[in-house]
Design a protein around this ligand. Structure first.
Ligand code: 13P
Ligand code: SF4
Length: 301
């Protein structure tokens, strides 16, 4: 704690001084999540709550696409990301031109884009989705087919739940693609009775043998509602650390995969961001309106 307390005290003072709030994704390490964040949640909750922020400045303790979404919804506020290198393998898997090519290949088919993409990709899309609302978004379009970009596994997991035909792309999350059904079999053998919760970014074969699949908030809610004696969350490592603090009566089994991009955000660089107003998130004027339209359309579903 001694190593963190100086940064925590400084960040709390800087937030007051700069009239700033910190939005933190569920994959933040516990000292950020529990000690300095004002608003926490999954990608959907962060987007929704970003619209209600009453402050001059938002520090996004998450990855770059989340900071862009916060900026799209708060054009008049200063939005900061403490490390510009906090990217995402999924967001990097697709460019705006790929979306245009998919539209040419499947004329008239609507494009649903995961929020884990750049603003330029969102601007080429009809509507965004997150892991928390993907099924509702796909079905809201009322058509027989949708193009769902860029995550192959999320698209296949949604396809298993709907009669809408899903045309997928081949993007992957380097964290969730590594979980396997064999991992779950080994966990069930080693920890009898363990309840297995999987993020919908996991391969469909993993989701099929889990007890429940849902966004990071849905997993956390599941633990609160069902209070399993033992649970494992097949997702990024900090998720279990954060949820475990809130449920000391539940045993968390913790094999997990680290997201190197998420882990670039630290107390030290949040402090520097607030002190030096960096790094300011800007969005190319040519894509800002289209990207905002896709995000707002999602939030209206
Ligand atoms: P959610 O928190 O929306 O479930 O997303 C997980 C994720 O991988 C974000 O990068
Ligand atoms: Fe991207 Fe996966 Fe990391 Fe989320 S966990 S930021 S989807 S690489």
């Amino acid at each position: 704690w001694a190593a963190f307390s100086d940064d925590v005290e400084a960040i709390l003072a800087l937030k007051r001084e700069r009239n700033a709030v910190i939005l933190a994704h569920n994959y933040r390490t516990p000292e950020i999540f529990h000690c300095v964040a004002d608003i926490v949640g999954d990608s959907l909750a962060l987007a929704r709550k970003a619209m209600t922020v009453d402050a001059d400045m938002i520090v996004l303790a998450g990855v770059h696409f989340m900071a862009e979404t916060a900026k799209l919804l708060n054009p008049d506020k200063t939005v900061l990301i403490p490390d510009l290198g906090a990217g995402c393998s999924l967001a990097d898997s697709i460019a705006a031109n790929d979306v245009r090519l998919m539209r040419q290949r499947y004329p008239g088919v609507p494009v649903v884009t995961y929020v884990n993409t750049s603003a330029a990709v969102k601007a080429e899309s009809d509507i965004c989705c997150t892991s928390g609302n993907a099924l509702a978004v796909v079905e809201s379009l009322g058509g027989e087919r949708v193009i769902m970009l860029p995550y192959e596994y999320l698209a296949r997991n949604i396809a298993a739940q709907t009669s809408v035909e899903i045309i997928a792309w081949n993007g992957h999350c380097e964290v969730h693609e590594r979980f396997t059904p064999a991992d779950i079999r080994e966990l069930r053998d080693a920890y009898p009775g363990v309840t297995v919760l999987a993020h919908p970014e996991c391969p469909p074969e993993v989701v099929a043998v889990a007890d429940f699949a849902g966004s990071t908030v849905a997993m956390s809610d599941f633990v609160g509602r069902h209070k399993p004696a033992r649970v494992v969350l097949m997702t990024e490592c900090s998720m279990s650390d954060n949820v475990a603090i809130e449920h000391p009566d539940v045993e968390f089994v913790r094999p997990c995969n680290l997201c190197p991009h998420m882990k670039r955000i630290t107390l030290a660089n949040i402090r520097t961001a607030l002190q030096e107003t960096r790094h300011i998130v800007t969005i190319d004027a040519r894509v800002v309106d289209g990207a905002r339209r896709a995000v707002e359309r999602m939030l209206a579903v």
